[in-house]
Ligand binder design. Structure first.
Ligand code: UDX
Ligand code: UDX
Length: 471
């Protein structure tokens, strides 16, 4: 088995950054270099003030502060880092294709292929190449073919080691994972040795019985399956939320009642304005695309419904606001609390807030956004990325504030879109005083459930809660 002295990770994003920081912290004798083509991102990772690293995750800056400069390095010298490493992790982005065959469904593997070609070109010693990015099943075949046919004759072992960390709890998930999954060519001696090399790294802090070894395809497909199952639970409870609102049942009570069934379990049953994040939608689309490609139309339709339900929930939430505000929001000030796709992250990819804002702008509302960790430019970039309206129109109708109380002044409604803890600590009675009456609070993520609102006198003040109570 190989002695590992240097690890390289290509991609200093939400996955690569935290994962490598924890490996470096737990394995002080291994040098871990995270490389990225984005110079600004690398500069931010190297910022003297560790609070300025580009990714916000609870506990991450402490881990980086401990390991950075000791055995954790961030660099744009990609070739150098590849050449030195015995293990190379690929953690570059694999967004949904926006062009050509599979547009809107298949993963764009452009970056993965570029990485493979670069590794092949630079390597003069044997390497273990680890897929960290979520990839369609059988991508390892493509990687293998590129590495073996364009390389310098060195040997490559390809492993799949999908990341199960959730943003907002990335460090805790990495420190104490439910399981670590490593897929490799377990039928060959070389494949087994490569798997064992990676197992030994994780075994520095993870119990061996939590480290699963499978073949590459099982590992790749397990990641897509895990995310699809999780997203399906959210869509299932969100489907029930609409039925609850129509019938007078309370979706939180239903969730609690079914969650206590140990066969169902209590997690991922929080009704919401819809799931977001870089993974759920992309991974399900991937699964749908693979199924369609294989002619498995029923399988494809089954999973696609999870996305259809999610899109419906986002639109329904926005339309609920319009309906409650007497069927018109034109010229009305609506404050959106939260822009990130969940609390404790500054990641906004596929955040439901983006879609809710877009629907409200279509109705000519005046939208004011406040998020504790998302920067103004990111909000505008997200709206711009949707491509539904001009930049001038967006900037005219949507403003971003740094002080939440600025957003509440004369607002007709507040919609809580991310469950940030700080929102619970606000003086809601004072906020109510600032708003135009009749004022409404829409609770998209169940952060302020109806019971909490009663306690602070909200219901008494006549504020409606769209998602928890039938109007
Ligand atoms: C990525 C993938 O999106 C996801 O599918 C996978 O599961 C884990 O890796 P994430 O880390 O969240 O997730 O992506 P992102 O924050 O966009 O980071 C990717 C980084 O790779 C970016 O900083 C980008 O600049 C970098 N990159 C991309 C390279 O360094 N080289 C490339 O060729 C392409
Ligand atoms: C997910 C997986 O959990 C993780 O294992 C994988 O590696 C990457 O994808 P992430 O997208 O970071 O992680 O966040 P997650 O906590 O899964 O939440 C995804 C979305 O679902 C969020 O928008 C969240 O608000 C929403 N959600 C989650 C609900 O609406 N209700 C719930 O009960 C749980």
């Amino acid at each position: 088995m190989k002695k590992v002295k240097n690890i390289c990770c290509i991609g200093a994003g939400y996955v690569g950054g935290p994962t490598m920081a924890v490996i470096a912290q737990k394995c002080p004798s291994i040098n871990v270099t995270v490389v990225d083509i984005n110079e600004a991102r690398i500069a931010a990772w190297n910022d003297e003030n560790v609070e300025n690293i580009p990714i916000y995750e609870p506990g991450l800056s402490e881990v980086v502060a401990e390991a950075r400069g000791r055995n954790l390095f961030f660099s744009t010298e990609v070739d150098d880092a590849i050449a030195k490493a015995e293990i190379i992790f690929i953690a570059v982005n694999t967004p949904t294709k926006t062009y050509g065959v599979g547009k809107g469904m298949a993963a764009d593997l452009k970056w993965i292929e570029l990485c493979a070609r670069q590794i092949a070109r630079v390597s003069v010693t044997d390497k273990i190449v680890v897929e960290k990015s979520t990839l369609p099943v059988k991508t390892a075949n493509a990687l293998k073919s590129i590495l073996e046919n364009t390389g310098n004759g060195v040997k490559f072992q390809i492993l799949s080691n999908p990341e199960f960390l959730a943003e907002g709890t990335a460090v805790a998930d990495l420190m104490n994972p439910d399981r670590v999954l490593i897929g490799g060519d377990v039928d060959t001696i070389e494949g087994k040795a490569a798997v064992e090399t990676l197992v030994n790294i994780y075994a520095k802090w993870v119990d061996r019985d939590r480290i699963l070894m499978t073949n590459v395809w099982s590992s790749e497909l397990s990641k897509l399956t895990a995310n699809s199952f999780l997203a399906q639970r959210v869509s299932s409870i969100n489907a029930m939320s609409e039925l609850c609102e129509e019938t007078g049942a309370d979706v939180n009570e239903v969730a609690k009642a079914i969650g206590m069934d140990s066969r169902i379990g209590s997690k991922f049953l929080k009704s919401s304005v819809g799931f977001g994040g870089s993974c759920f939608q992309k991974d399900i689309l991937n699964l749908v695309y693979i199924s369609k490609t294989l002619g498995l139309n029923e399988v494809a339709d089954y999973w696609e419904q999870v996305i259809i339900m999610n899109d419906h929930q986002k639109r329904r939430f926005a339309m609920n606001i319009v309906k409650t505000l007497f069927n018109t929001v034109s010229g009305k000030r609506i404050a959106l609390l939260g822009w990130a796709f969940k609390k404790d992250t500054n990641d906004t990819r596929e955040s439901a807030a983006i879609y809710v804002a877009d629907y409200l702008l279509s109705e000519h509302a005046e939208v004011v956004v406040y998020d504790p960790k998302v920067k103004e430019e990111q909000v505008y970039a997200d709206m711009d990325y949707l491509g539904t309206r001009s930049e001038a129109e967006i900037r005219d109708l949507l403003t971003v504030v740094n002080d939440p109380y600025e957003a509440f002044e004369d607002a007709h409604a507040i919609a809580v879109l991310t469950e940030w803890d700080e929102f619970k600590a606000y003086d809601w009675n004072k906020i109510y005083e600032q708003m135009l009456k009749p004022a409404f609070v829409f609770d998209g993520r169940n952060v302020l459930d109806i019971n909490t609102l009663s306690e602070i006198g909200f219901v008494a003040s006549g504020i409606g809660v769209a998602s928890s109570k039938k109007k």
